[in-house]
Design a binder for this molecule. Structure first.
Ligand SMILES: [Fe+2]
Ligand SMILES: [Fe+2]
Length: 320
């Protein structure tokens, strides 16, 4: 039975427990000595681990530990540069991978994938514009299988099983409300934009069925989900005979959703629905990262520094 979950580890705590290995590498420290660098994970998050003295580990047994394996460690929780870290005293591969409960190591979105998928498909089927509806529904049905488990990112926001659906769903919920407030917005564009904006993450990243990303595909490395998305819409629009203006507007929404050239968008949004798409994306990512960072934090205390939030430490109120 697992007892110490990553998000709840407290500095100075001594622990012995199982963790899944996300990354493992032997590195050379500034003192020229070898040490073991790990990223360990469970269903609440990830933590860095260091084993400074590896003289007790035989190289063959070390080589047997691979990413995805579950290891048992004895460690103390330290803090380095505002982040908790495990200083590992002992480490071994879980002898029998059945020694552990797999679900302890699979981080999943809080809602079941099929329910989220149904919600999104339902939104797509209600899109007023026939051409955009055709694109959204087809992309959802063609990609159903992968959508069930794909995360929205390799690290950071929504890096979990079903994360991409969860990201889409919450963006759709927000988008719908924005359309009530700003009645000039074209809801068909907003809904379709949300559904297609990250759809090519399915072909950009390589994920296993637990939503753990092992790397990027060739196209993902060379082009990325923005360009892959534009290519997909281009092809699909031709296939479905979608008028050029609509297709290009949708492609522009994908193109500009990261907003800044340094984040992959060569152009900034040129119409309100595209502008909104960017902000829906950002808000959902930020809220997710904040929620995550606060999971194990005691009331009245601050979180670790959060890399994706410019190293802010978030506060969990005591008053509410
Ligand atoms: Fe994106
Ligand atoms: Fe996104």
């Amino acid at each position: 039975m697992k007892q110490y979950y990553t998000a709840y580890l407290k500095t100075n705590e001594e622990i012995t427990d199982f963790f899944a290995v996300r990354m493992i590498a032997v590195k050379i420290g500034s003192n020229k000595k070898q040490y073991l660098d790990l990223i360990l994970a469970d269903n609440t998050g990830e933590i860095t681990g260091k084993k400074w003295d590896i003289s007790d580990l035989e190289l063959p047994s070390l080589n047997m530990i691979q990413e995805g394996d579950v290891v048992k460690i004895k460690a103390s929780v330290t803090e380095w540069n505002g982040l908790r870290q495990l200083r590992i005293a002992r480490l071994r591969k879980a002898v029998d991978q059945d020694e552990v409960d797999r679900t302890d190591f699979i981080k999943a979105a809080p809602e079941p994938s099929d329910a989220m998928y149904e919600f999104i498909l339902d939104e797509a089927e209600q899109i007023k514009d026939e051409d955009l509806r055709g694109i959204a529904v087809k992309l959802l049905s063609d990609n159903k299988e992968k959508l069930m488990y794909y995360p929205a990112a390799a690290k950071n926001h929504h890096a979990e099983m079903g994360g991409l659906l969860y990201h889409m769903k919450r963006m759709l919920m927000m988008g719908n409300r924005y359309c009530e407030v700003y009645a000039n917005l074209n809801k068909s564009l907003v809904v379709t934009g949300v559904i297609v904006h990250d759809i090519e993450k399915l072909n950009e990243m390589i994920s296993d069925c637990d939503g753990v990303v092992s790397g990027y595909s060739f196209e993902g490395q060379m082009l990325g989900h923005i360009i892959q998305g534009i290519k997909t819409i281009d092809k699909l629009a031709e296939e479905l005979d979608v008028p050029r203006e609509k297709a290009i507007m949708l492609e522009h929404m994908i193109l500009s959703h990261h907003y800044e050239p340094e984040f992959g968008s060569p152009k900034k949004p040129l119409f309100p629905e595209a502008e909104l798409l960017h902000y829906l994306d950002i808000v959902d990512a930020r809220m997710y990262d904040m929620e995550e960072a606060l999971i194990g934090v005691n009331k009245g205390e601050f979180s670790d520094k959060v890399r994706t939030l410019d190293f802010r430490r978030l506060y969990k109120p005591d008053a509410f």
